[in-house]
Ligand binder design. Structure first.
Ligand code: NAD
Length: 310
């Protein structure tokens, strides 16, 4: 089974490393030049839980030089990079190539359907985390799990084979018919923690310690719940709030600055249009007012623009 990682940043390189350590056939594609040059020259330097595990080599390509045929294309770019990445991948998608997407955020199935038959789309959500310590350096901690589902089609044998193969490498994948709910629950958590920490300029514990936290959290989640339910997903506010509260402890994720915060600080564009921005957009279509998500989306875009992020 050949897997192409389309995007070999934090998340992609972590999964690619784990699969390749287990003997799987893995290829990387990325377009960030300093990273790709390091990967080609020295290999990926791997640090997991603080242990330096040395350098690991993979076939690595820029999109323009990609060659080969793949059974699975594992997209691991940021949400806003998905359409342009899929465009570049078109020549490499066979009739039965599965495209696996566990990006954060909402609305990715609609993007993927423009390029791939629904029975070849595997959509999901992951609780693995990862980071880069600079170009060519994977620096990650902890473990995680991932839920996926095949978007359409009765025959899920190939999808289940992928899950089995990935689990041999310790990736902890599960098939879940209810994956949409999990995707919305994670998006709701990110729609609160990523945005408020960025706007307030604080870590997760500091956000949780604010005396008005409950009101701020409810203001976002009420809109996620209303829009999600209008779209047919059983979004549950109590579950999302419990997940958010479990992050406040400094011993869990409390000292962490969320990914959107880090993107903002590092001069990159954020995934806001696939979180609160998506809820605002779909809310309008459904006739549901989403003033809080509208405002938060504007404020994050304003901050990106003022900072000159790109
Ligand atoms: P990242 O920025 O570290 O990696 C994305 C990579 O894609 C970069 O190396 C970039 O150069 C590459 N890329 C962008 N456009 C490309 C293109 N057109 N062709 C080829 N390569 C391209 O991001 P990440 O942290 O790995 O996140 C990827 C997705 O996974 C996001 O949706 C993120 O929210 C989600 N996610 C990340 C984590 C985490 O801990 N990092 C956890 C869960 C979910």
């Amino acid at each position: 089974m050949k897997t192409l990682f389309a995007g070999a940043g934090a998340l992609g390189s972590r999964f690619a490393y784990m699969l390749s350590q287990n003997g799987a056939d893995v290829t990387l594609m990325d377009d960030w030049q300093p990273h790709v040059e390091k990967l080609k020259k020295d290999g990926l330097k791997v640090i997991i839980d603080g242990d330096d595990l040395g350098y690991h080599h993979f076939p690595v390509f820029y999109p323009e030089e990609l060659e080969g045929e793949f059974d699975v294309v594992f997209v691991a770019v940021k949400s806003m990079q998905l359409p342009s990445t899929m465009e570049k991948l078109k020549p490499f998608l066979k009739e039965d190539t599965k495209v696996l997407c566990i990006l954060n955020g909402l609305g990715h199935v609609d993007t993927l359907k423009e390029f791939v038959q629904p029975e070849n789309i595997l959509i999901g959500v992951t609780l693995w985390t990862s980071g880069l310590g600079g170009p060519g350096i994977l620096d990650a901690v902890g473990t995680g799990k991932t839920e996926i589902k095949q978007v359409a089609g009765e025959d899920t044998r190939k999808t289940r084979e992928i899950i089995e193969r990935y689990n041999q490498a310790g990736l902890n994948f599960h098939y879940s018919d209810n994956v949409e709910q999990s995707i919305w629950h994670k998006a709701g958590l990110n729609g609160v923690l990523n945005t408020y920490c960025t706007l307030i300029d604080c870590n997760i514990n500091q956000y949780g310690s604010y005396s008005g936290e409950d009101a701020l959290t409810d203001a976002v989640l009420d809109e996620f719940v209303a829009v999600g339910r209008a779209l047919g997903v059983a979004v549950n506010k109590a579950i999302i709030k419990a997940n958010i509260h479990s992050c406040f402890d400094p011993k869990t994720a409390g000292l962490h600055y969320p990914s959107l915060y880090q993107d903002m600080k590092n001069g990159r564009l954020t995934e806001i249009d696939y979180l609160n921005g998506y809820v605002a957009r779909r809310g309008k279509e459904q006739g549901i007012k989403t003033p809080v998500c509208d405002l938060i989306t504007h404020l994050i875009h304003a901050k990106e623009e003022v900072n000159g992020n790109h």
